[in-house]
Unconditional design. Structure first.
Length: 101
């Protein structure tokens, strides 16, 4: 089975990423094909689908009201993320998706 796994981080960043990578390893060990989707980061582990990862976004950065409004909108809806995951789904045709954090 081909499974799309999506998580904000594709490197060990805390407990949720530990669980994410444990699930990913388990699925691979069971013979499933895993399709990764995440955010670009220099600490990421290698992935064959890294070209589909979305640009790194920090919601903790400062800035004025306009910047904070832009961050709030992209937190709720990212057109870049929608486009990239649509392209990934069209190319890879996963049968199941598991979304984390």
């Amino acid at each position: 089975m081909k499974i799309l796994l999506a998580n904000k981080f594709f490197h060990l960043n805390g407990g949720s990423e530990t669980v994410f990578f444990q699930e990913r390893d388990f699925l691979l060990e069971q013979g499933h094909e895993v399709v990764d989707f995440s955010m670009v980061d220099e600490r990421n582990l290698p992935s064959p689908t890294a070209d589909f990862f979305v640009p790194n976004t920090s919601y903790n950065s400062g800035g004025g009201i306009a910047r904070k409004l832009q961050q709030a909108i992209s937190f709720v809806h990212s057109s870049v993320a929608v486009r990239k995951i649509e392209e990934l789904i069209v190319q890879e045709k996963p049968q199941v998706t598991s979304l984390h954090k």
